[in-house]
Design a protein around this ligand. Structure first.
Ligand SMILES: *Cc1c(COP(=O)(O)O)cnc(C)c1O
Length: 385
């Protein structure tokens, strides 16, 4: 998965994010090929990874940009995405962020509340503009994923609940500077059970009937992102099964004539191309376990601490018989742990450790807690994967 040899890798300082760009391109190619079969539009969710070479690849492959902050909108446009390919979601858009996006004439605001619709209308009116809007609806579909990355249940803060829709339409009738062009859903992340998306389709069909009954035509149906990746055996499925994913929507989503379907994929496009490489600082004997203490921690990759998520860990330097280690970082938090009872070849100070599937929600979530420095990134270009 890392198309670089160990000696070359050792020249670089650690912690180091290594991105395999040929694998990224293969992934994007596969996603676009499958999406194109049904004329689906895919927007890349910048929040998964907004590094310049990643964004450049996304743009080259013809993806739009799905943004959740004003700075993401700014970064997308500065990276060459056409404003007409930019959508802007998020429950808490500030006035400054909305104004900026209005000035850029982005494709669509995914609005998450009545209050936001009112503010957007007011700010658009001040500029003499009309804002294109998709209502982000909370479909109350369980994503069967970690509770911190579940977003489509009524108990979550995201979206407009079904029981509010009637009053949203009454409100929209009084908001002349809003142009309702579609509906939007995003039910969560790292969804590996495709039947969840089938349930989403069923709900979207019901909402479509509701809007049709209210004589409202929707041009755009945005079903969000959330397709998961294999963190346990990354090399067995380096490229997610985009064929089954898009085909499922093709089978179960009931479209009306002229409707465009949009997707917002993040993780599925970038997770597998990124690896966090770290050096073992110390092996420390604990009461019941050995600790392998790395020079990378939750400041470089917070997912295990934040979501109890699993990342496959490998020792790139050792081929000795296996032992068990708790693989931890140097940060002064007990949650700064990449994995407990991880089986690794006997590990010593100086060994290089690879933490796989770190391309999404890794480097973007880095912090300088403990006044740590930002990890470097290395982009591998070679053709072999
Ligand atoms: C995070 C996010 C996505 C992308 O989710 P993935 O699980 O990375 O595909 C898409 N849409 C919205 C609105 C999001 O917040």
């Amino acid at each position: 998965m890392l198309n670089i040899d160990l000696a070359e890798l050792q020249q670089h300082s650690t912690p180091l994010y290594v991105y395999n760009l040929p694998l990224l391109r293969q992934t994007l190619d596969a996603a676009q090929q499958e999406a194109r079969k049904y004329n689906y539009h895919v927007h890349y969710a910048l929040k998964a990874n907004a590094n310049a070479p990643i964004l450049e690849a996304m743009r080259t492959y013809g993806f739009g940009a799905d943004c959740v902050s004003g700075n993401e909108v700014k970064t997308a446009i500065a990276s060459g995405f056409a404003p007409s390919d930019v959508v802007f979601a998020g429950v808490g858009k500030s006035d400054a962020e909305i104004n900026y996006a209005l000035d850029q004439d982005i494709f669509c605001f995914n609005c998450e509340s009545k209050q936001e619709l009112e503010v957007l209308n007011e700010l658009a009116a001040l500029k003499g503009k009309t804002a294109r809007v998709a209502l982000r609806i909370n479909p109350n579909v369980n994503a069967n994923t970690h509770k911190y990355i579940t977003t489509g249940l009524e108990e979550n803060k995201f979206g407009i609940n079904a029981w509010e829709l009637e009053s949203v339409l009454e409100l929209l009738a009084q908001l002349p500077n809003i142009d309702l062009i579609g509906i939007h859903f995003h039910i969560g992340s790292q969804i590996t059970d495709l039947s969840v998306f089938k349930n989403l389709c069923t709900r979207v069909n019901e909402f479509q009937q509701w809007f049709a009954a209210h004589k409202i035509t929707l041009q755009h149906i945005n079903v969000g992102g959330g397709l998961g990746v294999d963190y346990y055996q990354p090399e067995q499925q380096l490229i997610p099964d985009f064929a089954s994913y898009f085909n499922l929507f093709h089978q179960f989503l009931e479209l009306r004539s002229g409707q465009q379907v949009h997707f917002e994929l993040g993780r599925a496009l970038v997770a597998q191309c990124g690896t966090l490489v770290s050096k073992v600082l110390y092996i420390k004997k604990g009461m019941t376990t050995n600790f392998a203490i790395l020079d990378a921690g939750m400041t470089e990759l917070i997912r295990p601490a934040l979501y109890q998520s699993y990342h496959k860990i490998e020792n790139l330097s050792s081929q000795l018989p296996e032992e068990r280690y708790d693989v931890v970082g140097p940060i002064c938090e007990s949650s700064d742990c990449f994995g407990k009872a991880v089986i690794l070849p006997e590990t010593s100070r100086g060994d290089l450790i690879a933490i796989r599937t770190a391309g999404a929600y890794g480097e973007v979530m880095a912090s300088n807690y403990n006044l740590r420095e930002k990890a470097q990134a290395l982009y591998l270009q070679d053709q072999q994967v």
